[in-house]
Ligand binder design. Structure first.
Ligand code: ADP
Ligand code: MG
Ligand code: ZN
Length: 478
C-alpha cells in the first residue's frame, strides 16, 4: 500500500529592481535596446574598472525587507561569487553571502482553506544580474548581450514553509503586491522581472525530517510553477516508492513536454569560492536612512482595502480586485477624486475596463486614458448628456487613444436629444413602421416594447435616453 506524502517547498525569488540605472554603474536598465548599447567598462567586466553602489538599490532592498518583517543588517557587505560563464564577464557575480542586507522576516499568505499562514523569509540579499546568451542554430554560434549585466536584483529566500502549489502562488502574489506597492519592481513573471526557483522535496506524512530536494529553475508563469510542482512531486514519490533515492540537483522544467530533466548537480557554496568583494566598501545603514525609508513607505494593500471599506460604498469583491494592482487602485482613486462617484468608477473598472484589458492583453500600467477623462465620461452619463451605451462606445475609443470625451461628444454631435418634440416625432414614425409590434404590445406582450425602444434608439443614432424613450412609447401606445 502506498503512503501519503507531504510536499515541502521553499522558494528563491529574484526580483529586478525598478532603478533607472544599474547597480554598480550609470548604465540604463531599460528593457530591450540594441544589444550591448546599455553597457560600459564596469558592467562588461573590463579590468581596472571599479563598481560604485547605486544607493537606490539599497533603499529598495531595505524597503522590501521592512515590508516583509525582516531585520535589517546594519553593517553588511558584498561578496564575490566566482564562476566562469560567458554571460558573466567579470568571472564573478557581486552578491551577498555572509551578511545579506535583510534577515529573518515573514509574510502572511492565505492558503486554500482561506486561513492565514506565515511563510518565513530566511534572507534577502542584493546582487547583479547576468547578461543574456542567445543560441543561434542557423549560424551555429552563441551571441551575448550585456545590456542586462549589472541590472540590480534582490533575491528573497524563503524557509521551506510551503506545502502546495496553491500556497506557492499565494506567496508569490503576496510578494508581488507588496513589492509593486512599494514601487520597487513591477514583478512581471512573463517579462522576467520576477523569477522563481522552486525547491521541492516530499516526505511521508508524519515524518519530521525533510526529504532530499531538487531545485527547478526557469519558471515564468503561475501555470508553469503549478505544473512543475505537481510533476516533480509525482516524480519524487515514484522514485521513493520504487526504493530509489531522490538526487539533489537542479532540474529544468519543460512546460510544453510537461516533464523535467536534470540540468546540473547542485553546487555548494564552496564551489563558488565566495569572498568579500574588495572593490566595494562595507555598507552601514544609518538610523537616518532607516527612518527616511520608513517614512517614505506608501499605503500598502491591507490598509488600502480597509480604507476603501470605510470610505466607499463598493462591494468587497470589487475592492479585492481593484487593490490587487497598484495602478488600478491609483486609477480608481484619481478618477473618484474628480467625479466623486466611487460606485460608478468601480463599475467601470470591473466592467468595461477589465473586459477591454483582457481582450487586448493590456496591463494596468499601460492604460492610455487619463483618470480625468474617464471621470468626465462618467459625469456625462450622470448628467444625462449621453446614455450608457453611447458612453461605452466612446470609451472603446478612449481605451486606445486618450481624448477629452466632452469635446468629442460636442464635436461629433452625440448629445442625447433633450428636445421632446424631436423624440416624439421619431417615435411616431417608429410606431407607424412597426404595426406588428404595436399590436403585440397592446395584446399584452410587454416584451415587444424592447424592440420598439431599440428601433427608436437606432433612428435617433443612439442620442436618446432609453428610459425616456420607453416612457414615451408607453404613453403613445396607450
Ligand atoms: P542553498 O544555499 O544550497 O541553495 P539553502 O539552504 O539556501 O540552500 O536553501 C535554498 C532554498 O531551498 C530555500 O528556499 C529553502 O527554503 C529551500 N529548501 C531547503 N531545504 C529544502 C527541502 N528539504 N525541501 C524543500 N525546500 C528546501
Ligand atoms: Mg541558494
Ligand atoms: Zn555599465
Amino acid at each position: 500500500m502506498s503512503k501519503e506524502y507531504e510536499t515541502v517547498i521553499g522558494l528563491e525569488v529574484h526580483v529586478e529592481l525598478a532603478t533607472k540605472t544599474k547597480i554598480f554603474c550609470g548604465c540604463s536598465t531599460a528593457f530591450g535596446g540594441e544589444p550591448n548599447t546599455h553597457t560600459c567598462p564596469v558592467c562588461t567586466g573590463m579590468p581596472g574598472s571599479l563598481p560604485v553602489l547605486n544607493k537606490q538599490v539599497l533603499k529598495y532592498a531595505i524597503a522590501v525587507g521592512l515590508a516583509t518583517n525582516c531585520e535589517i543588517t546594519r553593517f553588511s557587505q558584498f561578496d564575490r561569487k566566482n564562476y566562469f560563464y560567458p554571460d558573466n564577464p567579470q568571472n564573478y557575480q557581486i552578491s551577498q553571502l555572509y551578511m545579506p542586507i535583510c534577515r529573518d522576516g515573514h509574510v502572511e499568505i492565505e492558503n486554500e482553506a482561506g486561513e492565514t499562514k506565515k511563510v518565513r523569509i530566511h534572507e534577502i540579499h542584493m546582487e547583479e544580474d547576468a547578461g543574456k546568451l542567445t543560441h543561434d542554430d542557423f549560424y551555429d554560434c552563441t551571441l551575448v548581450d550585456y545590456n542586462r549585466s549589472g541590472v540590480p536584483l534582490i533575491e528573497i529566500v524563503s524557509e521551506p514553509d510551503m506545502r502546495s502549489a496553491e500556497e506557492v502562488i499565494s506567496y508569490l502574489e503576496t510578494l508581488r503586491t507588496t513589492i509593486s506597492y512599494l514601487g520597487a519592481s513591477d514583478c512581471k513573471l512573463n517579462e522576467g522581472s520576477m523569477r522563481a526557483d522552486v525547491n521541492i522535496s516530499v516526505r511521508p506524512v508524519g515524518e519530521k525530517a525533510f526529504g532530499t530536494r531538487t531545485e527547478m529553475k526557469n519558471l515564468n508563469s503561475f501555470r508553469a510553477i503549478t505544473h512543475a510542482i505537481e510533476g516533480e512531486r509525482a516524480r519524487q514519490i515514484d522514485l521513493l516508492e520504487s526504493g530509489e533515492k531522490v538526487v539533489q540537483e537542479t532540474r529544468r522544467w519543460d512546460d510544453i513536454k510537461g516533464e523535467s530533466y536534470p540540468m546540473r548537480s547542485k553546487e555548494d557554496a564552496q564551489d563558488y569560492r565566495y569572498f568579500p568583494d574588495p572593490d566595494l566598501p562595507p555598507i552601514e545603514v544609518s538610523d537616518e536612512l532607516l527612518e527616511e525609508i520608513r517614512a517614505a513607505k506608501p499605503e500598502m494593500r491591507p490598509e488600502k482595502m480597509k480604507r476603501y471599506k470605510d470610505e466607499y460604498d463598493i462591494p468587497e469583491y470589487d475592492i479585492g480586485i481593484i487593490t490587487s494592482n497598484k495602478h488600478l487602485a491609483d486609477l480608481f482613486e484619481e478618477t473618484t477624486d474628480v467625479c466623486k462617484q466611487p460606485k460608478k468608477v468601480s463599475n467601470w473598472i470591473m466592467g468595461e475596463i477589465l473586459r477591454l484589458m483582457k481582450e487586448t492583453e493590456t496591463d494596468p500600467e499601460n492604460l492610455v486614458f487619463s483618470p480625468e477623462n474617464l471621470a468626465k465620461l462618467i459625469l456625462l452619463v450622470e448628467q444625462k448628456v449621453i446614455n450608457n451605451n453611447m458612453a461605452k462606445s466612446i470609451f472603446e475609443k478612449m481605451f486606445s487613444e486618450d481624448f477629452d470625451p466632452e469635446k468629442y461628444v460636442e464635436e461629433h454631435g452625440l448629445k442625447t436629444v433633450a428636445d421632446d418634440g424631436a423624440l416624439r416625432k421619431c417615435i411616431e414614425q417608429v410606431l407607424i413602421d412597426n404595426p406588428k409590434s404595436v399590436e403585440d404590445f397592446k395584446a399584452g406582450k410587454d416584451k415587444a416594447i424592447g424592440f420598439l425602444v431599440g428601433q427608436t434608439m437606432k433612428a435617433m443614432k443612439g442620442k436618446a435616453d432609453p428610459s425616456a424613450v420607453n416612457e414615451m412609447l408607453r404613453e403613445l401606445m396607450k
